[in-house]
Design a protein around this ligand. Structure first.
Ligand code: UDP
Length: 475
């Protein structure tokens, strides 16, 4: 019997071109390297250039025998509205990236034995099926948002969409099994499923991609999303829940390398570490961390509402503002942080363009997180035991926000309002008045997350099962 392919099947991993996706799939790649697999990690060229510019990721992965990065030309869709941008990007990937990827798979030497595609890139699944290579989809979104996207055809069939104006936003959506009692129109994925016409071209964009899957890896853990996972299992018996991935990798590396602290940046922006020094000088749990992730765009007016709300709350804050995230009334990027924020009130808050977020959230000075509820940010906050104020922007974030506040009781919901008075009140509620409510629930969930990735925990066992199943498939 040939030993090589049995001990080390060649796995191809391909993330979607976004910070959260690259983060998650690189972590999965490293966990599979530790299991002894040969990995080829494919990135879009433009993403890879940024990754290499801002991190030591090439050097770090060079220690894994058989690991290699490969790139394919980037796709550049243009549209200021994020869901339209995603739709155009997917269309372009289908036309441009699919044939290149297919050729790469067919011509690969050594041959590819297994493909792990990003759950939102249906063309990767199609290629795997067309060339007859076993495949699995890795979902970087929560199980609850996966299940919501999945159920949209049933929601439409039951005539629960479209949404009829603002006054309809609190109506319950009862066709997503397991969420009948609390999912409202306003909690459906923003930009995609909160439609005013059934013919909206974005309605089924993500649903179509994620419904391609047969077996799923999800960056979540059983103790967090058990009831929804039970619903998903009716349709997909084979699910591997191996999250929170960042904590899982950290725990594995600690046990192997006996390192107490581990930090590995996979940032596509230059990380400003001066904020850690600033945090070092703040009292315990006194600072609110504010970040809206890598995609959120806001108007200058919204930015100023947040600014005044934060300053008026009299709580210290650390705020990440990517210069390209602010637009003017015409929808043009300002390309810079407004001067008023750079100059005034410095002693109250610290502003950076990009932070080492995992490290920030784990810092003892942090007492709360004002977040857009991206899934990576949500998991990072859960692991750090930090309560959240939710201001979801689009896609899966609305569903995540609903679960954070209504189901897991880990924070407060801004209900889509961006007003300085609301911001001020929310910050004071989270940091002072209602703090007690959240201290217990966040600490409990952080402990469950920690256990899930420890030896014998649910996510750790699932990862072992995934590794075993990949090996068996290649015998
Ligand atoms: N992030 C970071 N520094 C920042 C802001 C964000 O490292 O200043 C990371 C964050 O830790 C998370 C990712 O960027 O892992 C954002 O992913 P998420 O799914 O939360 O949101 P998205 O950017 O996809 O909307």
């Amino acid at each position: 019997m040939e030993q090589g392919p049995i001990l080390s099947p060649h796995i191809l991993i391909f993330p979607a071109p976004g910070q959260g996706h690259v983060n998650s799939l690189l972590k999965l790649a490293e966990l599979l390297c530790l299991a002894g697999f040969k990995i080829t990690f494919i990135n879009f060229q433009n993403i890879h250039e940024r990754l290499v510019r801002h991190t030591d990721v090439e050097a770090r992965f060079s220690k894994y025998y058989g690991f290699q990065f490969k790139t394919i030309p980037g796709c550049e869709a243009e549209d200021p509205r994020p869901a339209d941008w995603v739709r155009k990007l997917f269309q372009e990937m289908e036309v441009k990236s699919k044939p290149i990827f297919k050729k790469m798979v067919i011509e690969s030497n050594p041959a590819v034995n297994y493909i792990i595609g990003d759950g939102v890139m249906g063309f990767v699944y199609d290629v795997a099926v067309e060339v007859g290579i076993p495949t699995i989809q890795m979902h970087c979104i929560s199980a609850c948002s996966f299940w919501t996207f999945f159920s949209i055809p049933d929601v439409v069939a039951a005539h629960q969409l479209p949404i009829k104006g603002k006054e309809d936003m609190d109506r319950l959506i009862t066709e997503v099994p397991g969420m009948e009692r609390f999912l409202r129109c306003r909690d459906l994925p923003g930009g995609f499923c909160q439609v005013s016409h059934i013919s909206d071209p974005n309605l089924f964009v993500i649903t179509k991609e994620i419904r391609q899957s047969q077996a799923l890896i999800i960056n979540t853990f059983e103790e967090l999303e058990g009831p929804i996972l039970s619903q998903i299992r009716i349709r997909y018996p084979k699910i591997y829940t191996i999250g929170p991935l960042h904590n899982h990798l950290k725990t594995k590396l600690r046990s192997i390398e006996k390192q107490e602290s581990y930090s590995s940046s996979t940032s596509l922006w230059e990380v400003d570490r001066t904020c850690i020094t600033w945090l070092d000088n703040q009292p315990s749990q006194s600072v609110l961390y504010v970040s809206f992730g890598s995609i959120t765009i806001m108007t200058r007016q919204q930015l100023m509402e947040f600014w005044h709300g934060l300053v008026n709350s009299k709580k210290k804050f650390l705020w990440v503002i990517r210069p390209e995230c602010v637009i003017n009334q015409d929808g043009d990027n300002l390309g810079e942080i407004p001067e008023q924020l750079q100059e005034g009130e410095k002693e109250k808050g610290y502003i950076v363009k990009w932070a080492p977020q995992e490290e920030v959230l784990a810092h003892k000075a942090i007492g709360g997180f004002l977040t857009h509820c991206g899934w990576n940010s949500t998991l990072e906050s859960i692991v750090a035991g930090v309560p959240m104020i939710c201001w979801p922007y689009f896609a899966d974030q609305q569903v995540n926000g609903r679960f954070v506040t209504e189901v897991w009781k880990l924070g407060l919901d801004m209900n889509d309002v961006c007003d300085r008075g609301v911001v001020e009140k929310m910050v004071n509620d989270l940091m002072v008045d209602k703090r007690e409510e959240f201290v217990k629930s966040t600490a409990r969930m952080a402990e469950l997350a920690r256990k899930s990735v420890s030896e014998g925990g649910s996510s750790s066992s699932c990862l072992n099962r995934l590794i075993e199943d990949i090996r068996l498939m290649n015998m």
